[in-house]
Design a protein around this ligand. Structure first.
Ligand SMILES: [Zn+2]
Length: 682
């Protein structure tokens, strides 16, 4: 559901991410225009490869920094944000702010993270109570409450994930849910695929697991044996897990059962003491996805001796905390997850990681200082207005569809009119008042912030949904649509130059940010989002005939993207990327309509050798300028629901006759499709 290709989830944020360059904090965000002629390569014919024409100069001038796994306009802006936030944090750390204030918390969190000597001296001592608890496990029966305790500081995920979620049938209500998890590699397919590369990756993963055990003091022989155990247990969990494509089907994500039925499904897991330990508000119904995964846990509990469970937990506890531990653990975490898997050459400097961790742990505290400096009321008003114009374009578009019945159109319009727009930052900031942040205890800070977040999440069970809540922090360079909230969210970080540029003409702004807004809006009507109604409930609002016509149209997009190559001989898994591909196309069509409407009384003039229409399309393409490491592309091919950047541009413009008109492309050129072959969903 996200726009950006490099930041697909907050979880991944800890592993990948961006940046390089200045070693001093920046006092203001640097400016670069949303259309930059120097980023183009005009020696390329736009009708042959529009992405290269628009981004060739950028690609040449922006090699991937050694600490990055990819480098892009989005990634670079995120890097600028980090440098800027660093200034805010260093100031906060020096400020001697009163204990418990927002400034004290963010300043001390950052300072404690930067104190490498203290982190080094503590080693794994802060984890010792948890390691002792694991060592003292007596039987599988005692496993459940321990997992509940360990999950509290591990983001709610260990062996499986649990927490509150919106009821798929009643989006106003929060219910409890458990979901698959428990793997150390980024996707279940890594365990099940039989090609040479997958085997090689598994071999490296085994070595990584062994290394973690050795760092904990095991002999190489024991560590190797333990790694085999972890691999075997994870493989059976992976086999029982849904694939990413299956997980895009909201009906496969829905399985509301009685608590008693969960106890029957997996009786070897002591659910009673698990939920007791979580201190959940009382509940009767729980969403369990997928049932086969919990059945597998159940049979493993019978089959695996308790020693093997201890081994499994010990690894996942320490692997999860490695980025926050002493240098040897940090290094091993980098070597496997960033260097080997994704191709980074160097570790990110400490300050950059510490800014990210502060954003990740106290995001809405740090975000307050950020928006005060970079997100003016004028900026908020102008981006809100653009959002409104994109929504008006969608309304026109729905009215004009020749394939949809009046009945379904009415439902689509009701859904459109119910969408909530969230721009910049939350109306109500999260109150971190109860989180103790100490200047000399980095890992403790991370754990206490995690416990706070976990408690906040669990306490929602049985309560009404808070529709003002945000799933991204203000400095995040990304945006999202949430189908159950039925809202579109644009953090302040994604509304900065070169993405949204108040100093430049409308054309590139609509091409770029207008397209982003249109992208998120179209997610409400993509193959997945369109299964939710105006209230955000999983409920069909289509006539059977209209749905079939819709699916023929999405199939056109899916067939188109299936032809494209990600890296080597790996094709796009276009069933995984379908929602994003549909959103990219729909978003740009809406942006074009909205731009035309917004400027209908203006006399548009060429600038910098480009017509207004050409500026719209180059502005669009330049959001996606990027260089990628092949290793990272391989991971993305399995895990990223977005297509690679070049196809997010070229795959869209081939379906827009307005594009070939703007560049006077001829019928037989690659960027031009015959009218009957053009894909159009919305
Ligand atoms: Zn998206």
């Amino acid at each position: 559901m996200f726009k950006a290709f490099s930041l697909c989830s907050l979880l991944l944020l800890a592993l990948m991410c961006n940046a390089q360059k200045p070693s001093v904090p920046e006092a203001a965000l640097p400016y670069s225009p949303s259309l930059d002629i120097k980023s183009m390569d005009k020696s390329v014919d736009p009708c042959t490869d529009f992405y290269q024409y628009s981004c060739g100069g950028w690609k040449k001038n922006n090699p991937i920094p050694p600490d990055q796994v990819s480098w892009s306009v989005y990634g670079k802006l995120y890097q600028d944000n980090l440098s800027f936030l660093r200034g805010i944090l260093e100031e906060a750390a020096l400020s001697k702010a009163s204990a418990g204030s927002v400034t004290q918390k963010i300043g001390d969190f950052y300072a404690a993270c930067m104190d490498e000597a203290a982190v080094e001296k503590r080693g794994t001592t802060p984890l010792q109570p948890d390691l002792d608890a694991i060592a003292q496990l007596k039987s599988a029966h005692d496993l459940a409450p321990l997992i509940a305790r360990l999950q509290a500081t591990l983001g709610g995920s260990l062996l499986f994930s649990s927490g509150s979620r919106q009821d798929p049938d009643n989006s106003d209500q929060q219910i409890a849910g458990v979901n698959q998890g428990g793997l150390g590699l980024p996707d279940r397919d890594y365990y099940t695929k039989d090609d040479a590369k997958s085997k090689e990756i598994r071999e490296h993963y085994l070595q990584h697991v062994q290394k973690i055990f050795e760092l904990l003091g095991d002999t190489p022989e024991t560590a190797k044996k333990n790694a085999d155990t972890v691999m075997r247990m994870e493989t059976s969990l992976a086999t029982a897990s849904l694939t990413r494509v299956e997980r895009r089907d909201p009906y496969k994500q829905k399985n509301k059962i009685k608590l008693a039925d969960l106890e029957q499904l997996a009786p070897n897991f002591n659910w009673h003491s698990y939920f007791d330990e979580l201190k959940l508000p009382p509940f009767q119904i729980i969403n369990v996805v997928p049932p086969a995964f919990f059945k597998e846990i159940n049979s493993k509990l019978a089959a695996e001796p308790i020693e093997n469970w201890k081994t499994y937990l010990r690894f996942h506890l320490v692997d999860g905390y490695s980025p926050y531990l002493s240098a040897a653990f940090v290094q091993e975490n980098f070597d496997f997850y960033s260097k080997y898997l994704r191709g980074a050459r160097e570790q990110q400097p400490r300050w950059r990681r510490c800014v990210r961790y502060t954003d990740g742990n106290l995001g809405e505290a740090l975000g307050q200082a950020y928006v005060a400096k970079v997100f003016s009321p004028e900026l908020k008003a102008s981006t809100q207005e653009m959002t409104k114009r994109i929504e008006d374009a969608m309304e026109q578009r729905i009215h004009g569809l020749d394939w949809m019945s009046a009945e379904t159109k009415q439902q689509a319009l009701a859904k459109l009119h119910s969408i909530r727009n969230k721009v910049g930052y939350p109306d109500q900031w999260r109150d971190y008042g109860s989180v103790l942040i100490a200047r000399n205890d980095f890992l403790g800070n991370v754990q206490r912030a995690a416990v706070f977040e976990r408690r906040r999440n669990l306490n929602k069970v049985g309560k009404p949904v808070d529709r003002g809540e945000w799933g991204m922090t203000p400095p995040t360079v990304n945006a999202y649509y949430n189908p159950q909230m039925n809202d579109i969210n644009f953090p302040a970080g994604v509304l900065q130059p070169p993405l949204y540029d108040a100093k430049i003409d409308d054309a590139p702004n609509y091409g770029d940010t207008g397209g982003t807004i249109g992208h998120e809006l179209t997610h409400a009507f993509d193959d997945e989002g369109s299964k939710f109604d105006a209230k955000g409930n999983l409920s069909n609002w289509w006539t059977a005939e209209d749905r079939q016509k819709f699916e023929e149209r999405t199939q056109c997009v899916s067939d188109q993207y299936a032809q494209y190559i990600v890296v080597d001989d790996i094709h796009i898994n276009s069933k995984l990327t379908l929602g994003e591909d549909v959103a990219d196309l729909g978003g740009e069509i809406l942006a074009y309509m909205a731009w035309k409407d917004a400027t209908k009384h203006k006399s548009l003039q060429p600038a910098e050798g480009l017509t207004p229409e050409q500026r719209f399309f180059v502005g669009f393409a330049q959001w996606a300028c990027a260089n990628e490491r092949p290793e990272n592309l391989r991971v993305n091919a399995l895990t990223d629901p977005h297509s690679p950047p070049e196809y997010r541009i070229n795959g869209v413009v081939v379906n827009m006759p307005e594009f070939s008109q703007a560049f006077s492309c001829k019928k037989d050129q690659p960027m031009v499709k015959a009218p009957e072959k053009v894909c159009k969903v919305w």
